[in-house]
Design a protein around this ligand. Structure first.
Ligand code: ADP
Ligand code: MG
Length: 554
């Protein structure tokens, strides 16, 4: 017989497992949702592959998820007749970090743990690995659709796993079986009542039917019918239905901050159901900037890679179900399809339009969205030329006048001081450091509001836009601050004296001493307390952008 092969998890997976196993988070239920969501994904992937290769379905065409409990043995099985995994796919998917964000994610969990105790861990959607919150041993047996061999994977979640070939008798005829050996304090997950209520509550809208076998030998009962929630009229659906569907997508634990559900008719017919989360997912700043919208054609899942929204809306989760595309739509077709182009445009307008509406009707929810995703939406300011003005109007800022709140540019411009012709900003670093910058002194003395741009993305858009409502953006670290024309709040300081001879002497001295390390030395209106500050020339990159470019080696 072939020996099972033992392997170590990638370092970050091992760390993640350790965190999972030692989690004292009370809401362990999420593991079940994650496993069911994977099973549903596998069924949908098979349905898609079968469009081209119908033989993959064999004599078992109906997708199905079965949950089998064995309370006496404290065992729980989640099985699907989906696409399955080959041995190599198992090693890749369950032993390494498929998602480049895992490292960042582990760091975030650790930070959260230090701050708030272990409570938070279970709230992060961690997919498959969440099984180790309730099990001390997890076995996976899988047979890829169309393959005549099977493989098994097993781990105790302590740093290693092993893979081995499995006999066809012990494997499902097609798809994946996940077997959990439950921890003593997780025994309830082998009880009918817990399973039934948890599955109905968490996975009630998963688009694949779910069956339950309450103990070995018992008959399977259907718990949910796998109907596509998005095809039902809005009037029939409650907020809770939507929230459950959203969480059933996997990886999310929060409430959606905003839900967009509509059917487009006319030239293109499609249904869209999209959610804006209320908190940042851990992979939001992954370099691949992958979107989270799935494409369906007449209820058949096609791909999650169709770029149904621009990258700066990649945090929006959900799906589009098109009635116009052919089922056998190819990758190239997806990229070039004018139908998808039109859907993309319609959906983008709709999502942005609804966020705009929210800003007017429900400021608190809007601010939740802006706090979480503003830094991403602002990428659109330089990427989406067509919607620049719209996005700029939507943007909110911390400013020297905002306190802990947010200000729009419309508000900023409405409060311009007499003779003020520009929108001033200070970019780079943390907000508190920005607030303490000496560059602000002269502005503060005149009551001139300054935008505090602390997101890395800010230095990019702010230098490429012409301005807002005819007012250009101007860095307070750049060139002459032309503040002389704006009166100081404290009139006693008003009579700005001519530069006294001693200052002129000092400037001459500083110029000689610093030589060609500086382009110029000048007396300035912008300081009231600090003796000196560095500024960038009027034209060219501002100080923050200079730093970013320098650190990028340009
Ligand atoms: P995600 O679902 O976000 O990709 P998971 O940790 O939940 O992350 O799952 C990791 C990967 O393992 C999946 O992307 C998939 O390739 C594979 N996988 C997990 N469960 C199954 C299953 N039941 N059938 C087929 N593949 C699976
Ligand atoms: Mg998953």
């Amino acid at each position: 017989p072939i020996q099972p092969e033992s392997r170590a998890f990638e370092a970050d997976v091992a760390k993640l497992l350790h965190l999972m196993v030692h989690s004292v988070y009370s809401d362990k239920d999420v593991f079940l949702r994650e496993l069911i969501s994977n099973a549903a994904d596998a069924c949908e992937k098979l349905r898609f592959e079968a469009i081209e290769t119908p033989s993959l379905l064999g004599d078992d065409p109906q997708p199905r998820i079965t949950v089998l409990a064995d309370p006496e043995a404290r065992r729980l099985v989640v099985e699907d007749n989906g696409v399955g995994m080959s041995r190599d796919e198992m090693v890749e998917a369950l032993g390494t970090i498929a998602r480049s964000g895992t490292k960042a994610f582990v760091e975030r969990i650790e930070a959260a743990q230090q701050k708030e105790g272990a409570q938070l861990i279970g709230q992060f959607g961690v997919g498959f690995y969440s099984a180790f919150m309730v099990a001390d041993r997890v076995e996976v047996v899988s047979r890829r659709a169309g393959a005549d061999e099977a493989a098994s994977w097993v781990s105790d979640g302590k740093g290693t796993f092993s893979v081995a070939p499995a006999s066809l008798e012990e494997a499902p005829a097609r798809g994946t079986r996940v077997i959990l050996h439950l921890l003593e304090d997780a025994a309830q997950y082998a009880e009918r009542w817990t399973l039934e209520s948890t599955i109905k509550a968490q996975s009630g809208h998963v688009p694949v039917p779910i069956w339950l076998v309450e103990k070995p030998g018992a008959e399977a009962v259907e718990l949910t019918d796998g109907a596509a929630l998005w095809t039902r009229p809005k009037s029939e659906l409650t907020k809770e239905d939507y929230a459950e569907f959203y969480r059933g997508l996997g990886g999310a634990f929060d409430e959606p901050a905003m839900t967009v559900h509509y059917r487009a008719e006319g030239r293109h017919e499609y249904t869209a159901l999209a959610f804006v989360p209320s908190s940042q997912p851990f992979d939001l700043f992954d370099p691949d900037r992958k979107g989270r919208m799935k494409l369906y054609v007449r209820r058949v899942f096609i791909t999650d890679d169709a770029e149904l929204l621009p990258r700066y809306l990649r945090f929006v989760r959900g799906l589009v179900d098109s009635a116009d595309l052919p089922l056998n739509v190819s990758r190239e077709m997806i990229q070039e399809s004018p139908i998808l182009g039109a859907i993309r445009k319609g959906l983008t307008n709709r999502v942005l339009g609804d966020i705009e509406k929210l800003a007017e009707t429900d400021a608190a929810t809007f601010e939740t969205i802006w706090s979480a995703f503003g830094p991403v939406i602002k990428e659109g300011l330089y990427e989406d030329y067509e919607r620049r003005a719209q996005l700029l109007a939507l943007s909110r800022f911390r400013t020297t006048a905002s306190g802990e709140g947010w200000r729009s540019l419309k508000e900023y411009v409405a409060d311009l001081k007499e003779n003020q012709t520009a929108i001033y900003y200070l970019a780079g670093g943390e907000r508190e450091r920005l607030r303490a910058s000496p560059h602000l002194e002269g502005f503060r003395a005149r009551g001139v509001e300054v935008l505090l741009l602390s997101d890395p993305v800010d230095s990019f858009w702010v230098t490429t836009l012409d301005g807002f409502e005819g007012k250009p953006f101007k860095s307070v670290t750049q060139g002459n601050a032309d503040l002389a024309l704006i009166s100081k709040l404290d009139a006693a300081e008003e009579a700005a004296p001519e530069t006294p001879p001693s200052v002129a002497e000092f400037i001459a001295f500083a110029k000689t001493a610093l030589g060609d390390q500086v382009a110029d030395v000048r007396a300035s209106d912008r300081l009231t307390e600090s003796p000196v500050c560095l500024v960038a020339p009027d034209h060219g990159p501002d100080r923050q952008l200079e730093k970013i470019l320098a650190s990028a080696g340009r």
